[in-house]
Design a protein around this ligand. Structure first.
Ligand SMILES: Nc1ncnc2c1ncn2[C@@H]1O[C@H](COP(=O)(O)OP(=O)(O)O)[C@@H](O)[C@H]1O
Ligand SMILES: C=C(OP(=O)(O)O)C(=O)O
Ligand SMILES: [K+]
Ligand SMILES: [Mg+2]
Length: 574
């Protein structure tokens, strides 16, 4: 295969003023062979295709019978990982980073992407929409120009009663017996023994004798007097008010609900912002039931041209009681341990986490474990041993993804924290596999239709077969990502390369355990797709002679009989 130099290509494309060679390939020249032009879709895009066509039509280099072959839409990080570590060395657990002032420059974002960030999370609680828009723009620019594939998630603020952060001083100490005023009235700076709540109606329904708990137990107060809408509270358990400390009220050991909607007016505006920015995921804070998830999904279905996935954050007591219906209604779950720990005793969090993680896997929904994974790294360059153990435990439980919050958003060592997640997850994945601790899930039937059941059985058998045969990789050809996620939920030893022609499905699969999504043009002829992608992988040196690939496909449709064949094949690379 001839590889042409930049100057040759300049000549080829000289006829097309629309084509910018600089945007072409990251160090990889376009290759031309036997009258066929292969180019990389993400670099050439439509302009490039037009240029190639124009060049061929103009008879440049005698290319009369041109054919444009699109290269694999592989992301540069997965590609590098595969080259360096081989199939089995590829990390399965996905990584989410919260973007904040400490990591929002183009260079910082690129470094996070290089270190394996699969999803960038923007917490709409903080900063302005302009700031968030700027970050989203930078991520999309990196994806387009540098070949990354980082998905974007926005996380709603939600309705929560918290202390208004006046900036100074950053934390207040409450001594035992001291009496504090909690008010919704605005004031500037700080006032002695006075705390401003963010929500006007925060004291509605609260009575003298109720208990006020700060951040799930950071400090406790008893309501001793109600003056208008203000509460006078005596500290019964001393502690700290951190910035934006959460307030919860308890009566006779039971939480008092404030009845605020899951999505506030501001949240709906943020959702529309997410739609206009083309984000991939919306994480919904303080979900209490399936209806709020359905409402948001309906809104997105009506308003968004792309398919935006909704993740429900489990962070209230009420959501735990309706867990199954919430998981069912959403496209994925976040175990938001920060706020969950405000309403649920801390000693219950580990078991709750494991239960949610298992349920999500049974119901085939991706699950993210979030908050305080490496909290000490906000300040220190190394994590505590306990933090590494916590991260490893989440990986052992087979969570799909791990998330950094303050560690990346405001921390001094965000890049290093991401590397710690990366190394700890790779290590635990290897151990689970080598020690044969990989657990399968008990037969679960998700779908009710025959075709759903067939797809589930095919995927579960395919994974068993892949593990037993010790194949190097699983290739799946999938339209909306469903087959890829069914394979993922069986947690196979080899990585799952998911070839899809749907870019929304590609970005959504970034959150799924063990899946490497690849954007390709898929033809109706499945055999042609399979041989084309395997050929391309081989040409690029990504699969080698003797390696075995298990191929799962469900796209082959013969129009005459309108049959969909689902098949499992094993291909040995020759
Ligand atoms: N976009 C942002 N702009 C400024 N600060 C941010 C941003 N995102 C996160 N942070 C900071 O990082 C901390 C941790 O992030 P996160 O866990 O998402 O929020 P929270 O602490 O509100 O739950 C926040 O408390 C906030 O100080
Ligand atoms: C992830 C969480 O949500 P947020 O950071 O938005 O409070 C959490 O509470 O753990
Ligand atoms: K939030
Ligand atoms: Mg939260």
């Amino acid at each position: 295969m001839a590889v042409y130099s930049d100057s040759m290509l300049q000549k080829i494309f000289a006829k097309s003023p629309t084509f910018d060679l600089n945007k072409r390939v990251f160090g990889k020249p376009v290759t031309i062979s036997g009258g066929a032009i292969s180019c990389n879709e993400r670099n050439l895009k439509s302009k490039g295709k037009i240029a190639v066509k124009a060049a061929a039509e103009a008879g440049v280099m005698g290319l009369k019978n041109y054919e444009v072959n699109l290269d694999l839409g592989f992301d540069v990080v997965a590609e590098r990982e595969l080259r360096e570590k081989g199939f089995l060395g590829m990390r399965k657990t996905k990584l989410v980073c919260t973007i904040g002032p400490a990591c929002c420059s183009l260079e910082d974002l690129e470094r996070l992407a290089m270190r394996g960030m699969n999803v960038a999370r923007l917490n709409m609680c903080h900063n302005t929409r302009e700031w968030h828009r700027d970050v989203i723009g930078k991520i999309k620019k990196l994806n387009e120009e540098k070949g990354f594939s980082v998905s974007v998630m926005i996380d709603t603020e939600g309705s929560l009663i918290h202390v208004v952060d006046h900036g100074v001083p950053s934390s207040l100490k409450a001594e035992e017996g001291s009496v504090w005023v909690f008010t919704a009235q605005k004031f500037e700076g700080s006032r002695p023994f006075t705390v401003q709540a963010n929500y006007q109606g925060f004291s509605e329904g609260i009575m003298v004798g109720d208990e006020l708990v700060i951040d799930g137990g950071m400090a406790r107060f008893e309501v001793v007097e109600k003056m208008g809408d203000d509460l006078h509270c005596k500290c019964t358990d001393p502690g700290l008010f951190l910035p934006r400390a959460k307030l919860s009220f308890w009566r006779d050991g039971k939480l008092s609900y404030h009845g605020l909607p899951t999505l506030s007016t501001k949240d709906w505006a943020d959702v529309d912002f997410g739609i206009s920015e083309g984000v991939d995921f919306i994480a919904m804070s303080f979900v209490n039931d399936a209806d709020s998830v359905k409402d948001l999904k309906n809104h997105l279905f009506a308003k968004s041209s792309k398919s935006i996935r909704v993740l429900a954050k489990i962070e209230t007591l009420e959501s735990l009681q309706k867990l199954e219906e919430i998981v069912e209604a959403s496209d994925g779950i976040m175990v938001a341990r920060g706020d969950l720990g405000v309403e649920v005793p801390l000693e219950q969090i580990p078991t709750v986490q494991e239960d949610i993680t298992r349920l999500c896997r049974q119901m085939n929904k991706p699950v993210i474990i979030a908050s305080q994974l490496l909290e000490s790294m906000v300040e220190y360059p190394t994590p505590t041993r306990a933090e590494v153990a916590d991260v490893s435990e989440a990986v052992r439980q087979y969570a799909d993804a791990l998330m950094l919050s303050g560690e990346s958003a405001i921390g001094l060592h965000g890049q290093k924290a991401l590397s710690v997640l990366q190394m700890a997850s790779s290590r635990m994945e290897l151990w689970s596999r080598e020690e044969n601790r990989q657990s399968s899930i008990s037969n679960h039937q998700l779908g009710s239709s025959l075709s759903d059941c067939i797809a589930e059985e095919i995927c579960s058998c395919a994974v068993q077969m892949a593990n037993n045969l010790g194949v190097d990789a699983i290739f799946v050809y999938t339209k909306h990502g469903e087959m890829a996620s069914l394979l993922s939920c069986n947690r196979p030893y080899p990585p799952i390369f998911a070839f899809t022609s749907d870019s929304d499905a590609r970005m959504a699969l970034n959150l799924q355990w063990g899946v490497i999504p690849i954007l390709v043009d898929l033809a109706d002829d499945m055999e042609a797709n399979i041989s084309k992608t395997i050929d391309l992988m081989r040409t690029n040196g990504m699969v080698k002679e003797g390696e075995a690939v298990l191929v799962v496909s469900d796209l082959t449709a013969t129009r005459a009989t309108s049959t969909i064949f689902q098949s499992i094949q094993v291909k040995i690379i020759v």
